[in-house]
Write a new protein. Sequence first.
Length: 115
Amino acid sequence: MPHFVIDCSENILDLNAVDDTLLKVHKAAADSGLFDEDDIKVRFNTFKDNYLVGGNKKDFIHVFANIMEGRTTEQKANLSNEIISKLKAIFPSIEFIAINIRDFEKSTYCNKSMV
């Protein structure tokens, strides 16, 4: 926790080094001050053929952020804006770049160290 899962068209990988993109999203999350940096997880899911954007094969990036409940709407909005700003700077030619943030419920969250 938190997890930042980047779904994107495979062509995105040709536009910027994967590690650089992962690090920029990681840094934006860390710089938000909302998380312990060691807890931040960022990963890619790429799609080659099995996707449509507006009914067409257009390149896209969508970040699904899953974070522990307890942050304000303003904090989550600021985090969204920071991550999208970083991605927009890296990928200026990509028309569709978006993020949504979902809250984990603390009462139902479990990890290995909790069992």
